[in-house]
Design a protein around this ligand. Structure first.
Ligand code: A2P
Length: 275
């Protein structure tokens, strides 16, 4: 039986004082329309209270529709969207996001990637926050160095850095740098967009704890201190991926999974950039 209060209730307090649920549904690559609306609806029914979208995903409209249809009060669901950095002005672009989502304010607005450098967009992010269009601001795909460059010019520092993170991409130095600077890490693609699910080591750990490979990979992120974003468009998987607060991986299992890292514990956010 799904304990919805636990899924919705497990939160972390960010540096700016705002609380964020530790598990979110990500909707990257889910087309706008019925498929996205269904995934968000199923997640909300399963107890998720955190949805992660982006201007670049093109599906903010469906996220907003599903949120309204759910009847869940707006303030009970944490909504993230991301500034598409091929555009110029984050403070102007968030107005389109709010319109598409059908909300007055998002909970978190982050720079999707550091295209054309890490600092130029930050004043616009701060302006969006000062206007009340977002409660928190942050970044995504920023290395430790890029994070420091933003912090150096920031009035309000980023509360979040959302990066690709999993046992195979265990960016130990980046995580440590974020922790030192009181920047929370959000793990995206924790299943390696599905690739990590078939790994033999993950399967062995999963068998040992009587859980699925997906649950083990998501749980590893939580125990390494990150917020975790999981993506699925299948109802049973959305439900399964929420069952990660009722078991613990042992120190031995964590060490076994840590050893899968192929990044050398990097402080970089990406091995290859697309921008
Ligand atoms: P689908 O959306 O068809 O369910 P990541 O979170 O690393 O981006 O991985 C997402 C991918 O993993 C998607 O292709 C998704 O497929 C698949 N996936 C998500 N949860 C599970 C699960 N519990 N079991 C198997 N595959 C899953």
């Amino acid at each position: 039986m799904l304990d919805k209060s636990v899924i919705g209730g497990e939160q972390r307090t960010l540096a700016d004082g705002n609380a964020i649920p530790l598990l979110g549904l990500g909707v990257w690559q889910v087309p706008d329309g019925a498929e996205c609306e269904r995934a968000v609806r199923w997640a909300l029914e399963a107890g998720y209270r955190h949805i992660d979208t982006a201007q670049a995903y093109g599906n903010e409209g469906s996220v907003g529709q599903a949120l309204r249809d759910s009847g869940i009060p707006r303030e009970e669901v944490f909504i993230t969207t991301k500034f598409y950095p091929a555009r110029r002005d984050p403070a102007a672009e968030i107005e389109g996001s709010l319109r598409r989502l059908g909300v007055d304010q998002v909970d978190l607005y982050i720079i999707h990637w550091p295209q054309n450098g890490p600092t130029w967009a930050w004043p616009g992010m701060e302006a969006a926050r000062e206007r009340g269009h977002t409660r928190s601001i942050g970044v995504s795909n920023f290395s430790a160095q890029e994070l420091d460059e933003v912090i150096a010019i920031a009035g309000t520092p980023p509360a979040i850095n959302q990066v690709q993170f999993s046992p195979f991409e265990y960016r130990r130095s980046l995580l440590a740098a974020c922790e030192t600077r009181n920047v929370a890490v959000e793990a995206y693609s924790p299943l390696g967009t599905g690739r990590h699910l078939s790994d033999a080591t993950v399967a062995r750990v999963a068998e040992g704890v009587g859980r699925t490979a997906a649950q083990v990979l998501l749980r590893w992120c939580l125990q390494r201190g990150t917020i975790v974003l999981s993506k699925s468009t299948h109802r049973e998987r959305i439900e399964q991926n929420a069952q990660i607060f009722d078991f613990t991986l042992s120190d031995d299992d964590m060490a076994t999974l840590d050893a899968l890292d192929v990044t050398g514990g990097t402080d970089r956010a990406r091995e290859r950039k697309w921008w």
